[in-house]
Design a protein around this ligand. Structure first.
Ligand code: ADP
Length: 484
């Protein structure tokens, strides 16, 4: 699939450290999940590479933090323009290494680029304030300054957008970066580094290190120079990183797992709700932290919703993301297929009703799982308690608002929730009652560069996007001047 690249130079396998492409002592293989073919042998630069990258970032910080925000904006604007210009190639890399259909991958590139555009402008508005102080002849004010060197660890489900969503606001705020992408999808991050280089982002401001997470992780969380650890991934790994970061009292920004409820009320437009579920659920083959995980429907409209979903899910076209018309690509690898198969099998044993799909599509030759519709029956199922991360819509019935809110909140997670209703009273009552960081009302997805993305409870700490996403990478400093 890499033959589809118009600009072959975007395909890199070395790490980008201090403005140079560096090799490692060993390599790891990146696979195409649609056919399990090897795409690339990427250099593992290990702990030594990570240390060199932190040193380069610390050195570059000295001048980058002093550059005017306008100048940083002009440089980052060139990066934005190059990302948009190479939308096709960046999309090809995403589809090749992650599997999502090419139109969706190209959409991710633009969604990701929007964080660069937004952050450039938002960073210009990191205003300070003047404050009244109780000492005569004194003045007080605040300034916002870059937090310093930021390390970022990103997942494979959005190989491009998770990089820009963290790195763009941090760089716009005046921070320098060491990024470790997921081993499944390093090619997208390395292509972004190649474009950063062409954009003239100064050496050491944006570093990308690939390799063994357990060797690189402690450097990124433990180096005295690193001031903030940004991570998107599983709650389990988030806890490890937070523990490691605790030793140096480093700031953390964590986007972790979810278990999103999707509530459909009896007054909702059921056809619209079914369309929303299909759009929200099967994006990235269900492998997003905001995927509807538990569809909770009011009894009186349950049959109607299930019938509408059955027709739509049965029609979804699965296959290689490069094939025209394919709506759902492969899962990231065979272990993911096995995990999802296990969740479906245990639900089946517990009496869940498999309405559409329910099995791996081994006939397609890659790591595929059939788009599936299940009526769960019980909220105690593993399928309801765990993040599915696969193309499975599972439906549960409930009686009324109170029962639905209680069921929705009965999880350690609190990332996204969805509510379909046309009753304005319900909109307020229920959105206030749901313990989730983002709530989509009659909307099946929530992300945008201008809005706060993040979770409550074990879904994370902090917000990405909007003015909050830039603030995250700053320190608020108070200055008191006496004897005026
Ligand atoms: P997933 O289960 O979706 O792959 P993970 O949380 O395991 O999500 O991975 C997300 C990112 O965290 C990846 O870049 C991965 O390499 C990295 N990672 C996994 N384990 C560790 C670790 N112990 N230390 C640092 N990074 C890690």
């Amino acid at each position: 699939p890499l033959d589809r690249l118009k600009d072959r130079a975007l395909f890199r396998t070395e790490s980008y450290i201090g403005g140079r492409w560096e090799t490692g002592d060993s390599r790891f293989t990146v696979y195409n999940p649609a056919n399990r073919g090897a795409l690339a042998e990427v250099h593992d630069v290990g702990a030594e590479g990570a240390k060199a990258a932190v040193a380069a970032a610390a050195e570059a910080l000295k001048s980058w933090r002093k550059t005017s925000v306008f100048e940083r904006g002009r440089i980052l604007r060139r990066w934005y323009d190059l990302i948009v210009e190479h939308q096709h190639d960046l999309g090809v890399l995403i589809t090749a290494e992650m599997g999502k259909p090419l139109p969706e991958a190209k959409g991710e590139v633009i969604y990701g680029a929007a964080f660069v555009d937004w952050s450039i402008e938002e960073a210009k508005r990191m205003h300070g304030e003047t404050i009244a102080v109780p000492i005569p002849g004194s003045r007080g004010w605040t300034v916002r300054q870059p937090v310093g060197v930021v390390s970022c660890i990103t997942p494979w489900n959005f190989p491009s957008a998770m990089v820009t969503r963290k790195c763009a606001p941090a760089m716009a705020a005046g921070c320098t970066i060491v990024l470790k992408p997921a081993p499944e999808t390093p090619l997208s991050a390395l292509a972004l580094a190649e474009l950063a280089d062409r954009a003239g982002i100064p050496a050491g401001v944006f570093n990308v290190v690939c390799g063994d997470a357990e060797a690189i992780g402690p450097v990124l969380t433990g180096s005295p120079d690193v001031r903030l650890v940004g991570f998107t991934g599983s709650t389990e790994v988030g806890k490890i990183l937070m523990r490691q970061a605790a030793d140096g009292i480093k700031r953390v920004a964590l986007e972790l797992g979810g278990n999103a409820p999707f509530l459909v009320m009896d007054d909702a437009d059921i056809e619209e709700a079914a369309n929303g579920i299909v759009r929200g659920k099967f994006r990235a083959a269900g492998q997003t932290c905001v995927s509807p995980n538990r569809i909770i429907v009011q009894d009186s409209v349950a049959e109607e919703l299930i019938a509408a979903l059955e027709a739509k899910v049965a029609k979804i076209k699965v296959g290689d993301g490069f094939e025209a018309g394919v709506e759902v690509g492969p899962l990231i690898h065979d272990e993911a297929v096995e995990r999802v198969s296990g969740l479906v099998e245990s639900a089946r044993r517990e009496g869940a009703r498999i309405i559409v799909g329910g099995e791996a599509r081994t006939d397609l030759g890659g790591s595929f799982f059939a788009p599936t519709l299940i009526e769960g029956g019980s909220f105690a199922l593993d399928l309801a308690c765990h993040e599915i991360f696969g193309p499975i819509a599972s439906v549960y019935r409930a009686k009324d608002e109170a029962q639905m809110i209680a069921a929705a909140n009965d999880t350690p997670y609190g990332l996204a929730a969805y509510l379909y209703t046309n009753d304005i009273g319900r909109v307020h009552r229920m959105s206030e009652g749901l313990d989730f960081g983002m709530i989509g009302i009659n909307a099946p997805t929530v992300g945008a560069a201008s809005t706060p993305f993040g979770g409550m409870k074990q879904s994370g700490i902090g917000r990405e996007g909007g003015k909050w996403g830039v603030e995250e990478f700053t320190e608020l400093k108070y200055v008191l001047l006496a004897g005026v």
